[in-house]
Design a protein around this ligand. Structure first.
Ligand code: CMC
Length: 429
């Protein structure tokens, strides 16, 4: 017999089905609550315990083990054995690609990687000081005007074409956002290179010299992109799904997702972590002082890169990135004092009752910036790198939302404002 939840309101009992996911997660299906009770709704600010959809893409579990799996494959195994393009295919289409599927996917992406020259004029209008996340979101939205056929995805073919277009053009926009900031001429990349190598070349090639991809840097970036590729219904992904649920196109939904990611409580944390660590270094490296600030409820300071809505034991991505940070810095011969400050802060936090009691552990953003910096990526670009990695996840989630024919996203509220009152002329107020 299927399980049911019974809710009693004013002595009257209502039954609701319980649905069970493939990992045995249970959820009370309250779709019928409003109708059955004559208008009672639920409230859960921040959606701390509200499931917005059923999804077959990513599983994460914040319990003892700290699990993250894309389509059933563990993040540890994918980060070790797969490359980013394979992972993108896996997330978007559900299975790891065969060699010929992967080759076709890559060829189609390359064939669609050209960005209209007129987009450069839009970029030109931004001041050099513009934050690259704002630039990226604007240019992603601007792409709609240059690719109007990507908006209506009424067939599988339309969907595929929109996907390869954005997978091809997005890295160009990322590279242009950087090159605008650093005053370098804009470029279109090199089709003879792999997906990630091409991104590096587009970002870093100087006008008067050859660019030779450093395999250590390429491998490290590939791994970071895989680790960021999806994370189920986080703030930016939920944004992408909810914007897309109005049948806004893929690029418009992604542009909104980029804005959601920008905030320091979400993807913007990687920039905030680096700035925090730099600030601590410049202030003499006194980590204890900053630990005290983070614990002081009258001080708005938070230990950036710590805490997570779901992971309450550890973030499996942070574990992999911490090891990678050591490896990459060693391999590149970079001695960055803020790595030691970061490790010191982590050690202190893990022994401090404030952090232990609240189950606050380093998250994906705590060590990633140290690797980006060792690669020569400026701090303002860190969240853009996160967006580059998250792109396939956003696409997969948007595609799933459309394929599942999800209804338009439209939460309820509990109104707490004024009751009905009469308008007063301005002279009477
Ligand atoms: N430093 C100090 N105290 C913290 C921190 C922190 N980083 N994070 C949470 N707390 C405290 C918070 O003050 C609260 O304390 P109390 O119970 O005494 O009021 C308690 O821990 C629970 O915090 P919360 O804000 O209710 O938890 P949440 O699930 O709503 O927020 C979070 C999760 C990630 C937004 C939060 O931990 C945070 O602001 N962390 C710093 C920013 C950060 O690193 N964000 C990246 C998240 S992972 C990648 C991503 O999403 O992009």
């Amino acid at each position: 017999m299927s399980e049911k939840a019974i809710l009693e309101i004013d002595g009257k009992k209502y039954e609701f089905p319980i649905i069970t996911g493939t990992e045995n997660e249970k959820a009370i299906d309250i779709k019928a609550l409003r109708g059955a009770t004559g208008g009672i709704t639920t409230i859960d600010p921040g959606y701390k315990n509200t499931g917005s959809c059923e999804s077959a893409i990513t599983f994460l579990n914040g319990g003892e083990e700290g699990i993250l799996r894309y389509r059933g494959y563990s993040i540890e195994e994918l980060a070790d054995k797969a490359d980013f393009l394979e992972v993108a295919y896996l997330l978007i289409f559900g299975e790891l690609p065969t060699q010929s599927q992967l080759d076709k996917f890559h060829a189609d992406i390359k064939a669609n990687s050209h960005v209209d020259e007129d987009v450069k004029k839009i970029l030109d209008g931004f001041p050099k000081s513009a934050h690259p996340m704002g630039v990226l979101s604007s240019l992603t939205s601007a792409l709609i005007a240059f690719n109007p056929t990507s908006v209506n995805v009424d067939s599988e073919e339309d969907m595929y074409n929109a996907i390869v277009k954005i997978m091809g053009k997005f890295p160009v926009l990322v590279a242009w956002a950087l090159r605008k900031r650093t005053g370098q001429p804009l470029d279109y990349g090199d089709d003879s290179l792999g997906y990630v190598d091409n991104i590096l070349k587009m970002m870093f090639k100087k006008p008067n010299s050859e660019y030779v991809v450093d395999p250590i840097v390429s491998k490290a970036l590939d791994k970071l992109l895989i680790l960021h590729a999806d994370h189920e219904q986080n703030c930016s992904t939920s944004t992408v799904r909810i914007v897309g649920s109005s049948h806004a196109g893929l690029f418009a939904s992604l542009s909104a997702g980029i804005c959601a990611l920008w905030g320091p409580l979400h993807g913007g944390a990687n920039q905030a972590v680096l700035e925090m660590l730099e600030g601590i270094k410049e202030d003499g490296g006194d980590t204890k002082k900053y630990m005290a600030k983070a614990k002081d409820k009258n001080d708005p300071f938070r230990l950036m890169g710590f805490g997570h809505r779901v992971y309450k034991n550890f973030d499996p991505r942070a574990k992999i990135i911490k090891v990678a940070a050591d490896d990459v810095l060693n391999s590149l011969g970079v001695d960055d004092p803020i790595l030691e400050i970061a490790k010191g802060l982590e050690k202190e936090a893990l022994e401090d009752p404030y952090f232990v009691d609240r189950k606050l552990y380093p998250n994906v953003d705590f060590y990633s910036g140290i690797i980006y910096r060792a690669m020569g990526i400026p701090v303002e670009m860190f969240t853009v790198m996160f967006a580059l990695g998250r792109l396939p996840g956003w696409i997969a989630q948007w595609k799933e939302m459309r394929e599942n024919k999800e209804p338009i996203g439209r939460p309820r509220q509990v109104y707490t404002g004024e009751n009905s009152r009469s308008f007063k002329e301005v002279s009477e107020r």
